[in-house]
Design a protein around this ligand. Structure first.
Ligand code: NAP
Length: 473
């Protein structure tokens, strides 16, 4: 079939529009004010690419595609509406896994077509197939394990065993050797290809198993980037420009995100991937860390409201517990009530508070907290010294002073919000449980710290009532 005259019109032009839309989408996703329209632009770009592909390729039957579209869309809509914000990392893990798995399947199908004589291939095509299958399979099985750890279906601990790195290195060497053979071999070898594919799946499992649950969000961002690379490789196999461009965009942005997260945790990517962080609870860990005989100072909602209501400035520090309690509306009500009393209220946002990048921004945006009240860590840290009350809501690791002062702490070196330097600190949490890193927090025992125990939503509701009663009285 001679498609040449129609190709630019039917496929290249829509793909170019898709690529431009995706680039604008990413640009707009960078700010909360424009993120919604960025998302819509991205979806539009994807729709154009899908329609162009379906119309252009010699599709044998639309029935299976339509059925897949209906089932997939239904699952997507239900998941997007029902999955809680706190479970978003798991959701992203599933989506990554499916993306990687799909890329691997498409590439594998192409190899099997070549083996069956239905298509011809040069060594460079087989090489891209091999890369697509390897990266896609590792991403798929790695994402399944990441999902299991985050969902607590399997242990969140870093699972280690003797000679682990040697076993992984040997497996990887075997995969590279098999892949190399498949590329240079004169005849396709489906059995070796199958072994190569299963070994790649196994590698994904073995690479993620020794990584602790606390590092899973970074692993997911990294796997996300790998999905992009797998998609780009598949794009080369299929000679599909949109897939190559989109894969490259996902690969690059995923890598940038991974780097941002690592920097915010003061860890290197190598340390995250191979450091087995969280294998055992160390000397500073939760199990060993509960110091007998030490007491914290509790405060009632009434007294906490008085402290807040008579402050000149309050900095609210949200953390993972605020997301768990889904208390974003109550925290906004409290901020409004305090502002009505003339208190200056700001929110301090730590880059890795919560369980995914931007978690706190998204949570507070849902409750319509104005963006100008959200201040990044670097810009607000110097202000804690001059602040009357730091109100810590469900945050723990991101305000742990051990990160500054205790070289033996696993958190040492991670930049934190300096809440301990405020005149008063009020901490809202349910008990004395540690945060994600599993370490004790000296902040809770400080002279200027008061603990208001309870679920963040009920504590905040009580605080709002007290603050309003003060206004009325
Ligand atoms: P955190 O250290 O995990 O602490 C959360 C605290 O919230 C817990 O101590 C818990 O104590 C409390 N909590 C839980 N449910 C609550 C509820 N319903 N009401 C009130 N309190 C509740 O959280 P964080 O300070 O936000 O730190 C984030 C952690 O995740 C860091 O270690 C960070 O490195 C890690 N991490 C984040 C990302 C990211 O992208 N954001 C990525 C990778 C890793 P109680 O059980 O006693 O209430």
């Amino acid at each position: 079939m001679n498609r040449a005259p129609f190709v630019p019109l039917l496929i290249d032009v829509p793909y170019l529009i898709t690529a431009v839309l995706f680039i604008f989408a990413i640009k707009r996703l960078a700010s909360p004010t424009t993120a919604r329209s960025g998302n819509a632009l991205g979806a539009l770009g994807m729709l154009i690419a899908v329609i162009a592909t379906l119309l252009h390729q010699e599709i044998l039957g639309f029935q299976a595609i339509l059925a897949g579209l209906v089932v997939g869309s239904a699952i997507g809509v239900v998941a997007a509406r029902t999955v809680k914000m706190t479970a978003m990392p798991q959701m992203v893990a599933v989506l990554n896994g499916l993306g990687g798995g799909a890329s691997a399947l498409v590439a594998a199908d192409e190899y099997l077509r070549i083996a069956a004589g239905a298509a011809t291939a040069t060594a460079d095509v087989v090489l891209t197939i091999i890369i697509g299958v390897l990266v896609g399979a590792v991403t798929f099985s790695g994402s399944v394990i990441a999902f299991g750890k985050l969902q607590e279906v399997i242990t969140g601990r870093a699972v280690t065993y003797p000679l682990q790195k040697t076993v992984n290195a040997l497996l990887f060497a075997g995969i590279v050797a098999a892949g190399g053979w498949l590329v240079v071999a004169a005849e396709p070898s489906p059995s070796l290809f199958l072994a190569f594919s299963f070994a790649s799946l196994l590698l994904g499992v073995l690479l993620v198993v020794p990584i602790g649950g606390a590092d899973m969000p970074v692993v997911i961002a990294f796997l996300n980037s790998a999905t992009g690379i797998a998609a780009a490789a598949t794009g080369f196999v299929l000679r599909n420009h949109a897939l190559i461009i989109v894969g490259a965009l996902v690969g690059a942005s995923g890598l940038i995100l991974t780097q941002i997260m690592c920097r915010a945790m003061n860890r290197s990517l190598v340390n995250v991937l191979f450091g087995a962080f969280g294998a055992a609870v160390g000397a500073n860990g939760a199990a060993a860390g509960r110091e007998e005989g030490r007491t914290v100072r509790e405060v009632t909602a009434e007294d906490a409201a008085i402290l807040l209501g008579y402050a000149r400035s309050v900095i609210i520090v949200p953390g993972y517990g605020l997301a768990v309690a889904q208390a974003q509306h109550q925290v906004r009500d409290l901020a409004n009530a305090l502002e009505a009393r003339g208190v200056e209220v700001r929110f301090a946002i730590h880059p890795v508070a919560g369980r995914m990048p931007g978690h706190m921004n998204v949570l507070l945006a849902e409750a319509n907290v104005p963006y100008d009240q959200l201040v990044e860590m670097e810009r607000i840290n110097a202000d804690f010294e001059r602040t009357d009350v730091a109100l810590v809501i469900g945050a723990n690791d991101v305000v742990n002073p051990a990160a500054r002062s205790d070289p033996s702490s696993p958190l040492y070196g991670m930049p934190i919000l300096d809440v301990d330097r405020a005149k008063h600190v009020i901490v809202l949490k349910r008990g004395m449980n540690p945060g994600f890193a599993g370490v004790e927090n000296e902040l809770f025992f400080q002279e200027n710290t008061r603990m208001l125990f309870g679920d963040a939503k009920s504590s905040l509701t009580a605080l709002v009532q007290e603050a309003k009663a003060m206004a009325g009285g």
